[in-house]
Design a protein around this ligand. Structure first.
Ligand code: BES
Ligand code: ZN
Ligand code: ZN
Length: 492
């Protein structure tokens, strides 16, 4: 995408062709009314807006001719006051709809710098258009400038933050939307190696030989059925001034057929999304590095393709995980927890201040919380840190429990733990969390209990319906901004 010029200023631009001026519409005693704005709207006076299709319904956008070839984009503000989150959503709706304009001017009520920055962030998020990560040609766009009309002062740092976050979310979406015949563990690792050269991060890639030598039995087992071998990519960002250390672990199944416990045809469609966790922890660390946050971050991308074949793992196989525990595989479709077990073990060895894993882990997450709330589990302090960052970023998480009594459901006669409970779907998301807990901690001797949060984004990683707010159809890039927010919280 060609760079879009962002600005926040109180200078009212002159009306011109190719320009859209965005004004919010509300309903006051059953009549449509324009919310507080600065540009001259006298040309609209006397028009019956509702007969032109204008509505106060949140996100409803109507174009009305403005002076000198400009266009008024009248957007419904809904019932509530426009806060930071709704401004972000409206910003995105506008930029997604008005793709043929050169200039967008937001003339919305903004109370402070955060409101103005959120509007811009949303507008950038809304410009997203899919481009395969193997395509070098930028997506063409008419949009050259976005202005927020406001007296608030927004620093160049805040503008840069909006750009960095939007760029990283875009990259997550591109990685996830890229078809699985093109994106597989090796090609994902190659992209990481070349893209991350532009950032202050270092990369270690473990191939199947190194994975074997270093005891990553979970990643190896899941990948062994595919002709395209697995990888563990470790990305490190170690700024000098860091006092805190955050470890991020992402599920990176580039395609999940279910393996020998194969998925039915309809459930398999969409399983290219199963690497969203890895894409998210990867882009989060790049964003954190670009923002130069004074916090050390280590990201683990646990990459494998889950295929059925003569070399694939079978139900009843027992596999060794990096932390020394053994797992009896009862369902090869519960593969995410196997690769994460290795990633969490490796992260735990570093005894970081906080570990967060993120994964499209269970269909049960979608059943329990739907497609807009991501599930959050973990230790109390970690859960609070993620909740705070999610709140600030406007992303939705819901705290779920890790009931200790569920652990017994994973008892195995031949291994330390089984990866699934056969014949029962009760608490499927919680059971996966309880399984993961077994691979957290045990780092440095005598260190305090490991703070850990688990995010199940099976319901939220992919939006199968129409776009809304800043969420496009397809890969959403959900929780990237929250993860960066956690790192910001740790650097304060
Ligand atoms: N990748 C799936 C989870 C998933 C399902 C993500 C739907 C997105 C949409 C995961 O690997 C899986 O298949 N989990 C099983 C676990 C079960 C076998 C214990 C599931 O949820 O059915
Ligand atoms: Zn699976
Ligand atoms: Zn999976």
């Amino acid at each position: 995408m060609t760079k879009i010029k962002l600005s926040v200023s109180s200078k009212i631009p002159s009306f011109k062709p190719g320009q859209a001026i965005v004004i919010a519409v509300t309903l006051k005693s059953k009549t449509l009314e324009l919310l507080q704005h600065r540009v001259d709207t006298s040309s609209l006076a006397g028009l019956d807006l509702s007969s032109l299709g204008v509505s106060a319904r949140f996100e409803h956008l109507t174009r009305v001719p403005g002076p000198n070839g400009s266009v008024f984009a009248l957007i419904g503000a809904g019932q509530e006051e426009l806060d930071e989150d709704s401004l972000r959503e409206l910003g995105a709706v506008v930029s997604r709809s008005l793709t043929s304009f050169k200039e967008i001017v937001f003339d919305l009520p903004t109370d402070d710098d955060r409101d103005a920055a959120s509007t811009l962030e949303g507008a950038l998020l809304g410009t997203y258009k899919y481009r395969s990560v193997f395509e070098s040609k930028p997506v063409g766009s008419e949009l050259a400038s976005i202005q927020v009309l406001s007296d608030c002062r927004v620093s160049s740092k805040q503008l840069e933050r909006a750009e960095i976050l939007a760029h990283s979310v875009e990259r997550v979406r591109d990685l996830v939307n890229t078809p699985p015949n093109l994106l597989f563990p090796q090609s994902f690792a190659t992209i990481v190696a070349s893209e991350s050269k532009n950032y202050e991060v270092s990369i270690t890639t473990l191939d199947e030989k190194a994975l074997k030598a270093e005891g990553f039995g979970g990643i190896l087992a899941v990948g062994q059925g595919s002709s395209r071998p697995p990888r563990l990519v470790k990305v490190e960002y170690s700024p000098k001034k860091a006092t805190q250390h955050l470890a991020l672990v992402g599920k990176g199944i580039t395609f999940d057929t279910g393996g020998i416990s194969i998925k039915p045809a309809a459930s398999m469609v969409g399983m290219k999304y199963d690497m969203t966790g890895a894409a998210t922890v990867y882009q989060a660390i790049l964003a954190i590095a670009a923002l130069k946050l004074p916090v050390k971050v280590t990201s683990y991308l646990c990459l494998a393709e889950n295929m059925p074949s003569g070399t694939a793992i079978r139900p009843n196989d027992v596999i060794p995980i990096r932390n020394g525990k053994t797992v009896e595989v009862l369902n090869t479709d519960a593969e995410g927890r196997l690769v994460l077990a290795d990633g969490l073990s490796a992260a735990s060895e570093l005894s970081p201040d906080l570990i967060i894993d993120i994964a499209t882990l269970t269909g049960a997450a979608r059943v329990a919380l739907g497609e807009r709330y991501s599930a959050l589990m973990g230790t109390a302090d970690a859960v609070s840190a993620v909740e705070a960052a999610a709140f600030d970023s406007g992303e939705l998480v819901w705290h779920m429990p890790l009931p200790a009594e569920l652990k017994a459901k994973l008892d195995s006669d031949v291994a330390d733990i089984a990866n699934a409970k056969i014949g029962s779907t009760a608490g499927g998301m919680l059971l996966a969390g309880v399984f993961l807990k077994e691979f957290v901690g045990g780092g440095k001797k005598n260190s305090k209990p490991q703070a850990w949060a688990h995010l199940d984004i099976a319901g939220t990683a992919n939006n199968e319906s129409a776009a809304y707010g800043y969420t496009p159809k397809g890969a959403t890039g959900v929780l990237l901004r929250t993860l960066v927010g956690v790192a910001e919280g740790m650097s304060r």
